[in-house]
Write a protein that binds this ligand. Sequence first.
Ligand SMILES: NC(=O)c1ccc[n+]([C@@H]2O[C@H](COP(=O)([O-])OP(=O)(O)OC[C@H]3O[C@@H](n4cnc5c(N)ncnc54)[C@H](OP(=O)(O)O)[C@@H]3O)[C@@H](O)[C@H]2O)c1
Length: 327
Amino acid sequence: MSTVILVTGGTGLVGKAIEYVIKTEPENSRFGKKPDETWVFASSKEGDLRNPEQTRKLFEKYKPTHVIHLAALVGGLFKNMKYKLTFLRDNILINDNILHTSHLTPSTTKLISCLSTCVFPDKVTYPLDETKIHSGPPHESNFGYAHAKRMVDVQNHAYKEEFGCNFTSAIPTNVFGPNDNFDLEDSHVIPGLIHKCYLAKKNNTPFVVSGTGKPLRQFIFSYDLAKLFIWMLREYDDVEPVILSAGENEEVSIKEVADAIVKAVGFQGAYSFDTTRADGQFRKPASNEKLLGLIGGFEFTPFDQALDTTVKWFIESYDNARTGKKD
Ligand SMILES: NC(=O)c1ccc[n+]([C@@H]2O[C@H](COP(=O)([O-])OP(=O)(O)OC[C@H]3O[C@@H](n4cnc5c(N)ncnc54)[C@H](OP(=O)(O)O)[C@@H]3O)[C@@H](O)[C@H]2O)c1
C-alpha cells in the first residue's frame, strides 16, 4: 500500500526543513524518501485548519495515511501576551480539527503533533523531561499557546484509550534554520539577531544585543529536527511524547550565539550588550535521554555550521524571507 504523508504547516520553518531533508537525503536511506511515499506539504492556503469543514476537505483530497501536524499560531513574547485568547482558541481549534479528522479518516493510521518546551510548567525542577508537562501551570506569557498544546497530549491519550488511535507528539526545543521568521519585532532570538546584525553591517551602525548575553539556551537546527520527525514517523509508535533536542551539554550562551552571528555575517563594526534589558530565565535545560535511548545515536549538526547555513540562506533569500518591515 502506498504511503501518503500530509505535513500541516508545511510552509513554515519546520515544514520546509522536512521537505528539504526528504528531497536531499539519499532515497530509501533512514531519513530519505521511500519509493512508495508521497509527501504533501500543506499551507494555510490549502485550508484554514481552524475550520472543521476545510480540514475535512484537505483530508478528503489527499487521503493521508500519516500526518505530521506542525500548523500552529506561533509568535514571540509580545504577541503571545497581547493575544492570549486568540493563541489559546486558534490552536485549540486547529489541533482538535486535526486530531478528530485523523480519527475519522479511514486511511489515516498515524498522527504526530508538535508541542514545544514552552508547554512545561514555569516552576519545575530541571532538566525538563517528558513526565513533567502537566506538573504545574505554564509561564504566564505563554498561557494560551501552552494550554492549547498541552491539550494535544491529553487528547492523544484519550483517543488511544477510547479508540486505539496511534497518535503521539514531539517536543522540540528552540528551533532555527532557513525559512524562519526573521521579523525584527516578532521573532525568536537567533533569526532576530541575524536580521539585526545584517542591517548593522549594511547600514554601518552598531550591533546591540539585548541583555547581558549570559543566559544559556538549547537550540536545534531545523534540518536535524526534520530528521527526528522522520524517525518518529517510521520508528516510534507510542503515545507518550518525546523531547527532540540536542543534549543539555550543548547549551549555548546568547553571547556565543551573537559571536557566531557576527562571524557568519562578517560584521566588523561596534558590537555590545544592552545590560539594561531583561535577560529572561538563566537556563531551562531539557533532557534528550529518552530520544537518544530510542534512536540509537544521532549526529547533531555543529551549532556554528548550522548557524552559518542559516545566515547564508537569509542573505541569499533576503527579498523573500519573512522579515516584517524592511529598512
Ligand atoms: N520555531 C520554534 O522555535 C518552535 C519551537 C518548538 C515548537 N515549535 C512548533 O513547531 C511547529 C512548527 O513551527 P514553525 O516554527 O515551523 O512555525 P512557522 O514557521 O510560523 O509556520 C507555521 C505554519 O503553520 C501554518 N498555519 C498557521 N495557521 C494556520 C491555519 N489556521 N491553518 C492552516 N495552517 C496554518 C502556516 O501556514 P501559512 O504560512 O501557509 O499561513 C505555516 O505553514 C509549531 O507547531 C510550533 O508550535 C516551534
